[in-house]
Design a protein. Structure first.
Length: 370
């Protein structure tokens, strides 16, 4: 979208489909890599209000959005009073979304309340303070406790391949994607040369992760997961405590370790150039201790992590990092920012190597207190 054209289109869409008063202006913002986002500045009954507007990725289906919005309503009814999260606004037709066409492309749109706070961190810049680290561990447990029991609309839930299916896809898609990118040597030469050097290691890592999943999957509990729970999808207050959660468009039922592992990894992995990809092992045990204490304090039936979950956690952390590498290498078109993609792929592969080389020590940390 050309910025000004898209802003005008979204402004008209709000006027036509919502009852938010006078829409003074709309401004496009950078708020993620998947969807397009806007802020709408409105005035109604003499009161000014700012709304968050999401233009969903064209691949999103109506059933996905219905499921997400149902969960957001469920979550809003259960979160602590001081916590904020997104809640979709009903359009004039009673739905919480609008399907509209812009320049020949149909997309779903939704309007949400705007949550307040600070955004000092991201999945690329995660140098957390001690207060933020503790709060991230707590919010991982709280989110799962608040969402526990959600069933969603019939036939709801995002259609996505299981982990085992993803492993199979990655084995096929990594070699073919490298080969496809090699056709555009002018743009991707250094990136594909690097991927070729790591291809065998990545394929062997996929085999290892699948074998470990086969070993433990019968003992892994499931619950609703955020699916991208990291410091970059949280708001923080002036004390550096989490005060808001957003980007719930990937929420789905999965192993509860998915969110625990991804948040734990993002909260402790080092992206400093002096310690590229290192996972400070001493912080792992502390993160899990806080998670378990919070889960018990909220009385969630999921309870503490089981022994089997603790043993599988290091592998799930590797899987999370591996998924990012596969997304970059196989499923996202990044010709316009290949240098950023190269750097991020490199750091995640470096981190995977570190974790594979320190699996025994990682497991010792996850088993502390048993």
């Amino acid at each position: 979208m050309a910025e000004k054209d898209s802003e005008g289109f979204v402004q008209k869409l709000i006027i036509d489909h919502y009852d938010l008063g006078i829409v003074k202006r709309v401004r496009e913002i950078k708020a993620g890599d998947t969807n397009n986002s806007f802020l709408a500045f409105c005035e109604k009954d003499g009161r000014e209000c700012t709304w968050y507007v999401r233009q969903y990725n064209p691949a999103e289906e109506e059933r996905d959005i219905i499921y997400e919005h149902a969960f957001e309503a469920y979550l809003n009814a259960r979160i602590d009073k001081q916590m904020q999260t997104l809640l979709p606004v009903h359009a004039k037709d009673g739905n919480t979304w609008v399907l509209a066409e812009y320049k020949g492309q149909s997309n779903f749109y939704a309007v949400f309340n705007k949550i307040s706070g600070r955004e000092p961190y991201s999945w690329e810049y995660n140098d957390l303070s001690e207060e933020a680290f503790v709060s991230c561990a707590e919010i991982t447990a709280k989110f799962q406790a608040w969402g526990y029991g959600f069933e969603g609309p019939r036939d709801g839930g995002r259609r996505e391949p299981s982990l085992k299916e993803q492993f199979g896809n990655w084995r096929m898609d990594l070699p073919s994607s490298i080969k496809e990118k090699e056709k555009n040597r002018k743009v991707f030469r250094r990136y594909t040369d690097y991927l070729r050097t790591e291809e065998d290691f990545l394929l062997k890592t996929i085999d290892f992760c699948e074998a470990e999943l086969n070993r433990y999957e019968g003992s892994l509990k499931k619950c609703i997961n955020h699916k991208d729970l990291n410091p970059g999808n949280l708001m923080f207050d002036e004390r550096d405590r989490v005060c808001g959660i957003f980007d719930l468009d990937w929420v789905n039922l999965d192993y509860r370790l998915y969110d625990v592992a991804w948040m734990g990894y993002q909260a402790i992995a080092s992206w400093d150039t002096r310690s590229w990809g290192i996972v400070p092992l001493e912080k792992m045990g502390k993160f899990l201790e806080i998670y378990n204490q919070t889960m018990l304090a909220y009385g969630c039936p999921l309870g503490e992590l089981t022994i089997e979950e603790r043993k599988f956690l290091p592998t799930m952390m590797i899987i999370g990092a591996l998924k990012v590498v596969m997304d970059f290498a196989c499923y996202e078109e990044h010709a316009h920012d290949v240098h950023r993609v190269f750097a991020n792929t490199w750091r995640f592969v470096s981190s995977i190597r570190y974790m594979m080389e320190h699996l025994e020590e990682m497991t010792e940390q996850t088993m502390k207190g048993i």
